[in-house]
Design a protein around this ligand. Structure first.
Ligand code: COA
Length: 225
């Protein structure tokens, strides 16, 4: 039986490479919503069609499993649920040069890229990406469809809630919580909890005001002066 990779973009290519290097699942093709890609080869693997084609493809080909290789957290999470409801088994892609401690509990549809390290007693929920050379230290918890970007480092007992994004090269000190759907900017150093649905940047990390926040602050200042 074979596995389809959903998403034939940059992250899809990384996932294909991991599956080939790990040798534990057999990728039979990509699925991608871009009609231009249909029938084309991406790194030697054919784009078989888009999501609505899956039931027909399953009748013709021996497909029993899938992995969603889409960078956007919410889309990856949604597609994983759709594929699972269609009876496909969601598999993990763990690079042979990643280090995952024996005591780590992993969900499904997880990507652990080359050089990533997940230390003792961490829990990683469904659809997370632990990207190239990132570190998730002891007893940390990653919620559903979180993304720890390349080179990011989480100290021990960090909680990253569902759908949160920890940007490239960011550092998070121990016992901090990164709230649901929040974003930690590239290179930030996070010393305090990050509220859900907020973006923080810089060293130390501070909330990045949205354009709406800025308009509100200007309006308040105008009234005050
Ligand atoms: C934090 C981030 C999401 C903000 O994106 P954005 O909302 O489009 O913000 P903008 O680019 O409009 O920048 C807004 C302000 O924040 C600053 N800023 C943006 N990202 C920053 C960062 N990582 N660190 C420090 N300051 C940053 C900008 O310089 C700008 O400042 P200004 O208003 O004084 O000019 C983005 O810059 C970022 O860091 N993304 C992470 C990318 C990443 O990790 N990619 C890896 C994928 S695998």
């Amino acid at each position: 039986m074979g596995t389809i990779i959903v998403g034939a973009g940059g992250h899809g290519r990384v996932v294909l490479d991991i599956l080939r290097q790990a040798h534990h699942v057999d990728p039979v093709g990509f699925i991608d919503s871009n009609p231009v890609l249909r029938g084309r080869e991406v790194d030697g693997l054919t784009v078989l069609g888009s999501l609505p084609d899956i039931p027909e493809l399953r009748r013709r080909l021996s497909i029993d499993a899938a992995i969603v290789a889409i960078g956007d957290n919410a889309t990856r999470d949604r597609y994983a649920k759709v594929l699972s409801s269609q009876g496909l088994r969601l598999v993990n892609a763990i690079h042979p040069k990643a280090s995952v401690a024996d005591t780590v509990r992993l969900g499904r549809n997880i990507v652990v890229a080359a050089g990533a390290v997940i230390c003792a007693h961490c829990r990683v929920s469904d659809s997370c990406i632990i990207n190239t050379a990132s570190i998730v230290d002891h007893e940390s918890f990653l919620g559903r469809a979180a993304h720890i970007c390349p080179g990011a480092r989480l100290a021990g007992r960090v909680i990253v809630e569902d759908l949160a994004f920890v940007g490239i090269g960011a550092t998070v000190i121990q016992c901090v919580t990164i709230g649901r759907n929040s974003t930690v900017g590239a290179g930030a150093v996070v010393l305090r909890n990050v509220e859900p649905f907020t973006t923080v940047v810089g060293v130390p990390a501070r909330r990045l005001e949205s354009s709406e926040d800025k308009k509100l602050a200007a309006a308040v200042e105008a009234v005050a002066s």
